[in-house]
Design a binder for this molecule. Structure first.
Ligand code: PAF
Length: 283
């Protein structure tokens, strides 16, 4: 695996590959790679000649009181894992390479409305940071295909919308949620969960599954379903950020006649904020 720290170094080699007709697959990450990330690389490997992964802990998408400074940085083990899984190029820029003019004056990409709800409501500015860095990374890598995990459902929906709205010539492909044996969605932030909390955090997934069963059985009283799920999460000892039944594409609150519905949830443990989601196809 070749490692690049500069935009120009990565561009030079990708231009050569492209001239030879290579199809480029891309997986952007913030590192601390787990099996979920590696599945994204494997998926990219299946349908592309060259697979590029980026590791960049993007300050622009973290709020002032969030965990940018303590976000786990595990570069050496990440490199080993990427080599094992057959990644061709790793792009590992520093802050100056990505934001040479500083963060404050950085031009930004805004995807309105969809980013004001769900995670965007409790993390103002987060998605602006994501769409901005992903646009930059797309411009640097110019991939034919980019893979994003369904676990970050809102992020995937926002990036799809951004690519469509801005006519970005890239195929955005979803990748299934990778789960621990007990069902907890894999996340770099799972390392913040305490041993005492760990057996109980599956309550989030259980609530989403319960709502999905209810909807499939014909229960369309969405606000009552959301309220019951929130109560169950509170009873399990966690703080609720949201449990919301949404239209899968627009992320608007689901309407009674919507056929593609996604149930999204976010809850707080002592030191982590966990998210999960489940889609229901009623067509
Ligand atoms: O999902 C992530 O890890 C990040 O939000 C991403 C897409 C790499 C942008 O920084």
């Amino acid at each position: 695996m070749k490692i690049f720290h500069t935009v120009s170094g990565l561009r030079d080699i990708l231009n050569q590959d492209r001239r030879q007709g290579a199809r480029i697959g891309f997986v952007p990450t913030m590192g601390n790679l787990h099996d979920g990330h590696l599945a994204l690389i494997r998926q990219a490997r299946e349908s592309n000649d060259i697979v590029v992964c980026s590791i960049f802990v993007n300050a622009l998408q973290f709020g002032l009181n969030e965990d940018w400074d303590r976000y786990p940085r595990t570069y050496e083990t990440d490199c080993e894992k990427l080599r094992e899984v057959g990644c061709d190029y790793l792009f590992y820029p520093d802050d100056v390479e990505m934001y040479p003019n500083g963060l404050d004056t950085q031009s930004r990409v805004i995807c309105p409305t969809m980013t004001d709800v769900l995670c965007g409501a409790s993390r103002p500015g987060h998605f602006e940071g994501v769409t901005t860095v992903v646009s930059k990374l797309f411009n640097i890598v110019q991939p034919d295909e980019a893979i994003f995990g369904i676990k970050d459902y809102q992020q995937l929906a926002v990036i799809r919308r951004m690519a469509e709205d801005l006519c970005m010539p890239v195929q955005i492909s979803p990748a299934a949620i990778h789960r621990e044996p007990d069902g907890l969605a894999m996340s770099s932030r799972n390392s913040y969960i305490s041993d005492e909390e760990r057996p109980r955090v599956t309550v989030l997934k259980q609530c989403l599954e319960w709502i999905a069963e209810q909807i499939q059985a014909g229960n369309k009283d969405f606000s009552q379903l959301e309220a019951k799920a929130k109560q169950r999460i509170t009873e399990a000892g966690f703080g609720v950020d949201y449990v919301t039944i949404s239209n899968s594409k627009t992320l608007d609150p689901a309407a009674n006649d919507d056929l593609e519905i996604t149930i999204l949830g976010a809850m707080f443990t002592e030191a982590a904020r966990l998210i999960d989601n489940l889609s229901v196809d009623l067509s």
